[in-house]
Design a protein around this ligand. Structure first.
Ligand code: PMP
Length: 465
């Protein structure tokens, strides 16, 4: 008889932390710093709550990592995985083979995505999705006899993943500094962040100005060399930066004017997050490609992909011949079965409508009410994403010096008070599960206000104001 494997409760927090520090290199982490401090060990979850190895209950206002859209503990996703694991745990989609879950998911995705999308290329993650975008965009222009169209334009402080192409598309200078990125033919324009870049302009005026940077860049490169523009409808990892309403329609107009492909990175914004199925619908664009991951399975199992619009699909299918690209897990049957159950649950529970009509507007109202707090310079929401910017002097539009790390101070209070909120610089951000209720938003707001007050007290005590 085999011995029962160790379960969480059979090791103490200290023991878990020790083993973690000895063997596990975490993503985006200062390894030595974490080893000294010890990881927080999360052991279980239900609905919008997590529990750590000391039994503390935590409200997860970040949906894991922007992914657990349907909340934790959904039995239909677990059942779908179990059923598929028993029936056919794996088969590939390479050598002219396919599997029912992958086919059914492709079919369902073409129904829930905007009408230009009838085809999908599956990957294992968002980063792989964006690598696929780079290869597919270049392949498309090649087939059309315009191989000189190589340049992809993206934005500073955008996030598109951590592979070589994903990190290159992203505009995170800290990532570019490690490993000689970006790869050639990727260039970045400034982001549509009104608070930082829009001084003296109304938000709507600024939206058009920020979009005009795209046209300037296209003209300086030469339109015949530009392949595509990529952006997140709302920048997530960059700090939930919701662009002015004038921004995306103008970006669309510029892409159309020069025949440039528009790519919407929906890894965070997809599957209901913004109050529509996809962020491009909220922003009013008609992209040629759409990267997705995270919310497609609510993070229960890894899966990503790229929706391919008919403009490109027609060329790739009818004129392309073999596309030399793909992954072992492209169309993984278990991941696809979980995605099917997840999307059906979003449909059955009307979660997109719930965000659009109920909790999204309610969150917007609650976040707006934070503006009377002395530390709050601006608040923004879009569906169930929100940001609170902490500033030194809101009347003077003055930020805190970045070395004070006020955001991290606030985040420390969040952890101490049973709330997971992320700090991006001094922007405190949330993206809770879409199943959150008004009463749970009230509960979250009590915690947010408490943490803002504690941060204000620190700022006063330390003479930061
Ligand atoms: N694009 C966006 C917009 C993202 O937010 C992320 C991940 N946070 C990615 C791509 C990369 O996805 P993954 O981590 O699954 O590779």
């Amino acid at each position: 008889v085999l011995q029962a494997p160790a379960v969480a409760s059979q090791r103490s927090t200290r023991e878990w932390q020790q083993a973690d520090a000895e063997h596990f290199l975490h993503p985006f982490t200062d390894f030595a710093g974490l080893a000294k401090k010890g990881s927080r060990i999360i052991t279980k979850a239900d609905n919008i709550y997590l529990w750590d190895s000391d039994g503390h209950k935590i409200l997860d206002a970040m949906s894991g990592l922007w992914c657990v859209n349907v909340g934790y503990g959904q039995a239909s996703l677990v059942d779908a995985a179990t059923r598929q694991m028993k029936e056919l745990p794996f088969y590939n989609a390479f050598f002219q083979t396919s599997t029912p879950p992958a086919i059914e998911l492709a079919e369902l995705l073409s129904k829930v995505t905007p009408p230009q999308f009838k085809h999908v290329f599956f990957t294992g993650s968002g980063s792989e999705g964006n690598d696929t975008v780079v290869r597919m965009v270049r392949r498309y222009w090649d087939i059309l006899g315009q191989p000189e169209r190589q340049v992809i334009i993206s934005r500073h402080n955008g996030y598109h993943g951590s592979t070589m192409a994903g990190a290159s598309l992203g505009g995170m200078s800290g990532m570019h500094a490690q490993g000689g990125l970006p790869i050639p033919n990727i260039t970045h324009i400034d982001q549509p962040y009104w608070w930082e870049n829009g001084a003296g302009m109304s938000r709507d005026e600024f939206g058009k100005v920020a979009a005009s940077w795209l046209e300037e860049r296209i003209l300086s490169i030469g339109p015949e060399k530009v392949a595509a523009f990529i952006g997140e409808p709302v920048q997530g990892a960059g700090g939930v930066i919701v662009p002015p309403a004038t921004y995306w329609p103008e970006i669309q107009r510029i892409c159309d004017k020069y025949g440039i492909l528009l790519v919407s990175d929906e890894v965070i914004c997809g599957f209901g997050r913004t109050g529509q199925w996809f962020g491009c619908e909220t922003m009013g664009t008609k992209p040629d490609l759409m990267t997705f991951a995270k919310g497609v399975t609510s993070g229960y199992i890894p899966l990503g992909g790229v929706m391919v619009g008919e403009r490109m699909a027609k060329v790739l299918i009818e004129q392309g011949g073999e596309f030399n690209h793909g992954f072992t897990y492209s169309g993984h049957p278990v991941a696809c079965a979980v995605a099917l159950a997840n999307i059906r649950l979003i449909q059955q529970q009307k979660l997109v409508e719930h965000v659009h009509d109920d909790v999204g507007p309610y969150l917007a109202q609650q976040f707006a009410s934070l503006n009377d707090h002395p530390l709050v310079g601006e608040t923004q929401t879009c569906g169930l994403m929100g940001a609170v910017l902490l500033v030194k002097d809101k009347a003077k539009h003055q930020a805190f010096p970045s070395d004070l790390e006020v955001g991290m101070v606030c985040r420390g209070h969040c952890f101490g008070n049973g709330l997971i909120m992320r700090a991006v610089g001094d922007r405190m951000i949330i993206a809770p599960p879409l199943v959150i209720t008004r009463a749970q938003i009230d509960e979250m707001m009590v915690l947010i206000r408490r943490c803002l007050d504690l941060t204000l007290a620190d700022a006063q005590k330390n003479g930061w104001l």
